[in-house]
Design a protein around this ligand. Structure first.
Ligand SMILES: *Cc1c(COP(=O)(O)O)cnc(C)c1O
Length: 609
């Protein structure tokens, strides 16, 4: 895995230079430099770094490719996009999306009442709000309020009952009526691990019979002019473009048929989200089989073709891609706290004037090991260590000899594994799994990478320093929750190698990339670890700024959010300590002060790292 697969997943957003990973933008700060700057203010534990320029880049890419496809295909409709809030509702993200998207009239999509309220307060006038998901009368009324307040809002109905409620609300008040979309239930299903949103048995959408019924309901209520959009969404992280094409044909033909049935104001097709992000670090398994270029061209070309065949004006195209827009903007920085088997370092070797012959042989093997001889030398070393263990048991060598032997053999195995890492033998693979190094990271997988825990989704991971030396240790990552699921195990098919570092002497940080979509609000407070500290990094030509710092919830606040009385907890702890015996008044007071500091910090570890 050369350069940790940077050329596969990083989309040129990052580059490796001088042994560090840097932002490939303007003054090009390194992640290590930013991390150290933040940590200089006594910040410990994991943190999320946000880069708004990467949100801008994705929005621009999306619009540019669709506009290019529209021009190339002489397509008559226009292109619009909205950001689905469920992908990341954090303030710094919504701000980046709305500010960077303003010149495109980039809007917001809401799937719940809370998200709709957020959209109504944050969508710039002139940009669209689209609403999906199941809705009650209250939520639909909010849609009327948004329309009345001047928003361009389109409510997509997921079932006939929602339409009936809209008609009912419209008849009861004189508020402006929002535009209406219909989510169609397609017989073609999506692809990828999230593909539950399409298909005949999908959770959402109207069948053909229901669509006809909807048209009649709208006609009878005199609201047919409010029907503007046909909507579908075949699931997130589409790995294959073929199902999208199928869905487009189906939805395009439904659109054309409805136009023929007199739905004159119908003017747009919303193709939902699903545009995939490359999370893979290894050559053999890319997450998607298409580019944004192919994606946009296919959508525009196909819709044009269907409409031309049926002699229908080209509809405007809406997309709701979320993952594609924000996944790359966030990096999780997790300090490594410990390597579990630091004891086998070469520098701990302590030879004698004269060593036992087998140890002398191991020294030679270790020195002369190379690509051509490594399997043979490895077998010799494994053979020798068996003999050395026997000699130790029989009392012929001492503990120092044994320690030297273990370090040497460990080292020989590590070197052999590395030399053959491109093409390991079965035997080496087994050794590798046995000898992997466990890196303890100051973060929670449950909080910060929930899709790894829940779906096995891999996120690109790499150290942010040491990049001018070759990593040799097969690595598994352990988080600080006391749950055995909080582990990212070593996968011999997609190996991760990290550096052999001495954490007592130097910092070692891992960066997890493309974590900006879905992870943050899906993350859970397992063991009461909360959302990490977060920072927005604004990069300029000659300098960068660290803004919008939000600290992780402190221990008392997380307990309070569960419903505990935090004053009571604090009082109880203090009074128990105050009334204890056998320490001086001074030590008591110092300890009370310490207790107070601890309890107002977040729960991540504060050991050296
Ligand atoms: C979740 C969702 C999206 C966003 O999907 P991405 O894969 O993040 O692009 C878009 N539209 C609807 C209706 C959704 O439910």
């Amino acid at each position: 895995m050369k350069n940790f697969g940077l050329d596969i997943w990083a989309n040129k957003n990052f580059i490796i230079e001088d042994g560090e990973i840097k932002l490939n933008y303007k003054c090009m700060p390194s992640l290590l430099e930013i991390t150290n700057k933040i940590r200089a203010n006594d910040v410990k534990g994991p943190m999320i770094l946000r880069f708004p320029h990467l949100v801008k880049r994705q929005i621009k890419t999306l619009y540019n490719y669709f506009e290019k496809a529209i021009e190339e295909n002489k397509y008559q409709g226009s292109f619009h996009a909205v950001f689905p809030l469920k992908v990341n509702q954090f303030p710094a993200v919504v701000e980046a999306v709305t500010i960077q998207g303003e010149k495109y009239n980039y809007g917001l999509e809401a799937g719940s009442k809370a998200e709709l309220i957020l959209a109504m307060s944050k969508t710039p006038k002139g940009a669209y709000i689209t609403v999906n998901g199941f809705k009650d009368e209250e939520m639909l009324t909010l849609g009327f309020i948004a329309a009345q307040s001047g928003h361009k809002i389109i409510i997509t109905i997921e079932g006939l009952n929602e339409l009936e409620t809209i008609i009912d609300v419209a008849s009861k008040c004189t508020l402006a009526v929002p535009d209406i979309g219909i989510r169609v239930r397609l017989h073609s299903a999506g692809s990828g691990i999230w593909a539950k949103s399409g298909g005949m048995d999908a959770k959402f959408g109207l069948t053909s019979t229901e669509i006809i019924e909807a048209i009649n309901l709208l006609k009878n209520a005199n609201l047919l002019d409010k029907l503007k959009m046909i909507h579908f969404h075949i699931g997130s992280q589409m790995s294959d473009i073929a199902p999208l094409k199928k869905a487009l044909r189906e939805a395009g033909n439904i659109y054309a048929e409805l136009k023929k049935m007199g739905a004159d104001s119908l003017s747009s097709i919303n193709i939902g989200g699903g545009l995939a992000v490359e999370y893979d670090q290894h050559e053999q398994s890319h997450a998607r089989n298409y580019s944004i270029d192919e994606f946009s061209s296919s959508v525009v070309f196909l819709l044009g073709e269907i409409m031309d065949a049926k002699n229908v004006t080209h509809p405007d195209i809406f997309t709701e891609s979320g993952r594609f827009i924000v996944a790359s903007h966030a990096v999780l920085i997790a300090p490594v706290l410990e390597l579990f088997s630091q004891d086998y370092q070469e520098k701990l070797l302590n030879f004698k004037e004269s060593n036992p012959p087998l140890i002398e042989e191991l020294i030679e093997l270790n020195k002369l090991l190379n690509n051509a001889n490594c399997i043979e030398y490895l077998h010799d070393a494994l053979d020798h260590i068996e003999s050395l263990f026997t000699l130790f048991d029989l009392g012929y060598i001492d503990l120092q000899d044994r320690s030297n032997a273990e370090i040497l053999v460990h080292n020989i195995i590590k070197k052999a594994l590395y030399l053959k890492s491109a093409n390991p033998t079965n035997e080496l693979e087994q050794l590798q799994i046995k000898l992997q190094e466990r890196y303890l990271i100051n973060a929670s997988v449950f909080q910060s990478l929930p899709d790894y825990w829940g779906l096995g989704q891999h996120f690109p991971v790499m150290p942010i320093n040491h990049l001018n030396t070759t990593p040799l240790r097969a690595a598994s990552l352990w988080d600080i929750t006391c749950d055995s699921d909080g582990e990212i195990g070593f996968n011999p098919q997609k190996p991760l190698y990290l550096h052999d570092v001495n954490i007592d002497e130097e910092d070692y940080f891992l960066g997890f990339f493309n974590v900006g979509a879905y992870q943050e609000t899906l993350g859970m407070n397992h063991n009461l670890f909360t959302h990490p500290n977060e920072y927005t990094i604004k990069i300029n030509d000659t300098s960068y700024e660290i803004i919008n710092a939000i600290e992780s919830k402190n221990i008392l606040d997380i307990l309070e959010s569960l419903g505990y009385d935090k004053d009571h907890i604090l009082d109880k702890l203090k009074s128990d300590l105050s009334t204890s015996y056998f320490i001086t008044e001074k030590e008591k007071n110092d300890t009370l002060a310490k207790l107070e500091t601890f309890i107002y910090q977040n729960g991540y570890l504060r050991t050296t790292n």
